[in-house]
Design a protein around this ligand. Structure first.
Ligand code: PMT
Length: 222
C-alpha cells in the first residue's frame, strides 16, 4: 500500500526543455521531451500531493489533478518557479534549462546574409542555485545530466547548489537521458544516501525517487 507521507504536500516539478528565441521563427533548445518530469508529476499526484508542473514546450498530456503552467524561456521558468517557491514543501527540477540565450532577440525574421552568422549568447539565471540560496523548509531536488564521472559531478552539484538530493543521469549510456522512455540514474542525498538504479522506465524511476525522498526526509532532522 502507498504511504500517506506526501498527502497534501505542495510539490513543484519542472519538466521539458526551454526555447530561447533569436527571431520569431528560430530558437535554441535541447532534446528534453518532458517525459521524466511528467512521470514524476504523475507519481506525486497519485501519492496525494498537490502538484504544480512548470513545463517547457512538450506534446505530453497533463497528468490527472496536476496544475500545469506553461513557459517557453529559462527566464519565464525562473519567474514561475520563484513565484511558487515560498509555498512549496518539495521542489524537483527535472527540466533541461538553457544555460545560454541570445543577447538579442529580433522582432522580425532575420534575413539571410552572405558569409557566416555569429550569434552572441549570454548566461541565463541559474534557477536551482537561486532556490538553494533562498531555501527554508523546502526539500530541494536537482537533476544533472552527465557523460562521465557521474557520481563525482553529482556530489559537487549537490554541495555547490545547497540541494537536499540530486538525481544524476548517465546520458552516455544507451536508454538513458533525453527523449527515451527509460533512464539510468543515481540518487544522491546530502545526508549521504547513494542509490544506483539500473535501466528502468521513467515511470518506475519516478516511483523509486519518491520512496527515496520519503526515506531521506524521515531520516534525521525532518
Ligand atoms: O525530458 P526527458 O526527455 O524525459 O529527459 C529527461 C532529462 C534528461 C532532461 C532529465 O532527466 C534531466 O537530467 N534534467 C536535467 C538536465 C540538465 O539540464 O542538467 P544540468 O546538469 O544542465 O542542470 C542541472 C540542474 O540545474 C537541473 O536540475 C536543471 O533544471 C537546473 N538548471 C540548469 C540551468 C539553469 N539555468 N537553471 C537551472 O535550474
Amino acid at each position: 500500500k502507498d504511504s500517506t507521507f506526501f498527502h497534501g504536500k505542495e510539490i513543484l516539478i519542472t519538466a521539458g526543455p526551454t526555447q530561447e528565441s533569436i527571431d520569431p521563427v528560430r530558437f535554441f533548445t535541447n532534446h528534453s521531451s518532458g517525459k521524466m518530469g511528467y512521470a514524476l508529476a504523475e507519481v506525486a499526484s497519485k501519492l496525494g500531493a498537490n502538484v504544480t508542473l512548470v513545463t517547457g514546450p512538450t506534446k505530453l498530456p497533463t497528468p490527472p489533478k496536476v496544475k500545469r503552467i506553461e513557459v517557453k524561456t529559462a527566464e519565464e521558468m525562473y519567474d514561475q518557479v520563484l513565484l511558487h517557491y515560498d509555498a512549496c514543501d518539495i521542489v524537483v527540477k527535472s527540466a533541461a534549462v538553457a544555460d545560454y540565450k541570445p543577447i538579442k532577440t529580433f522582432d522580425q525574421k532575420m534575413k539571410k546574409q552572405d558569409g557566416n552568422l555569429v550569434v552572441e549568447m549570454e548566461r541565463t539565471k541559474d534557477i536551482l542555485k537561486t532556490l538553494g540560496k533562498k531555501k527554508k523548509q523546502q526539500y530541494l531536488v536537482g537533476f544533472a545530466a552527465e557523460t562521465n564521472d557521474v557520481i563525482r559531478y553529482g556530489k559537487e552539484k549537490l554541495a555547490k547548489k545547497n540541494l537536499d538530493a540530486i538525481v544524476v543521469n548517465d546520458i552516455s549510456q544507451e536508454g538513458a537521458g533525453f527523449s527515451v522512455d527509460t533512464n539510468i540514474v543515481t540518487f544522491l542525498s546530502a545526508k549521504g544516501k547513494e542509490e544506483i538504479m539500473p535501466l528502468l522506465s521513467k515511470s518506475e524511476i519516478a516511483k523509486k525517487i519518491f520512496v527515496l525522498m520519503e526515506n531521506d526526509m524521515k531520516d534525521g532532522t525532518l
